[in-house]
Design a protein around this ligand. Structure first.
Ligand SMILES: [Zn+2]
Length: 279
């Protein structure tokens, strides 16, 4: 696994790569625009130029973007679905400009409608986004804790979407260890069984894993990240994960609540769990 973190893009996207190098990242996640707003100004010429210059030495294939939180392709509201498609196209075009190959998005929530209805809307939304054949970056659906009727708390949901979208070549999966544990897949007790299942369902569609411990026990459906080894998932699960050969090329991104926004200590801890590294 290529270990890295979600690094802050404050001051411009070109700043993330320096931060990633300082933290000892082998992979990197960032927001390509403010995550809590529908609209944002375009990336500046200088931001793009500096990002591309440093991205070459970091390796573009090790970089993933995370979508804005406002996106909800499963929404019962027409205008929210429309705005979501527009925003996704904008963020994906930013990814292409920055040569970022992957874009993680939360599947969304149908609120009071059924999962089946919600999944149908998500498939339609993704098909609409990729009806523009110019888009290069691939979309990764993130597993969720299943909070508030959200889609993605069950692996079947993600598989149904992957199976139904027109552009199968553009769809992949991002697993989040905190989310799957909270959603009821007890990764501490059943690592082998759960990881076998995701590999059977998704195989090499799994491009990113969010490496987060959980404040809440398995099955609580509460999405609260905890520092590595300090939560209910526990350090031994992370040892299994970083040494799992099936995830050799996967980007393992830490999004834990570090106090100063720096992830070096978390990444050093994870690297120390690698076989052959003394702890
Ligand atoms: Zn996420």
């Amino acid at each position: 696994m290529k270990l890295g973190a979600h690094e802050s893009a404050s001051g411009g996207v070109h700043n993330v790569i320096g931060r990633a190098f300082e933290d000892g990242c082998e992979s990197l996640q960032l927001f390509v625009k403010s995550p809590n707003r529908w609209a944002a100004s375009a990336l500046t010429h200088d931001e793009v130029r500096l990002f591309l210059k440093q991205g070459g030495s970091f390796g573009f294939s090790n970089i993933v973007a995370h979508s804005a939180y406002l996106i909800n392709l499963a929404s019962p509201k027409d205008d929210v679905r429309k705005k979501s498609v527009i925003l996704m196209k904008d963020e994906l075009s930013r990814c292409d400009l920055l040569r970022i190959p992957f874009y993680v998005v939360h599947p969304g929530s149908p609120i009071d409608d059924s999962f089946e209805t919600g999944i149908g809307r998500i498939v339609q939304g993704i098909d609409e986004v990729y009806s523009d054949h110019g888009i290069s970056a691939a979309l990764l659906l993130e597993s969720t804790a299943g909070m508030g009727n959200s889609i993605g708390g069950k692996f079947e949901h993600l598989q149904m979407i992957c199976d139904r979208v027109k552009r199968a070549d553009k769809i992949g999966v991002c697993l989040d260890i905190c989310h799957i544990h909270a959603a009821g897949y007890d990764i501490t007790e059943k690592y082998a069984q759960i990881i076998d299942e995701v590999n059977e369902r998704f195989g090499d569609k799994i491009r990113v894993i969010h490496i987060n411990d959980s404040k809440n026990p398995a099955g609580t459906r509460k999405d609260r990240h905890e520092l590595i080894g300090k939560g209910t998932v526990g350090i031994e699960t992370f040892r299994s994960l970083v040494n799992d050969k099936r995830f050799k090329d996967v980007l393992g991104i830490v999004e834990t609540p570090v106090e100063d926004g720096r992830y070096k200590a978390e990444l050093d801890l994870l690297k120390s769990l690698r076989n052959g590294v003394k702890t």
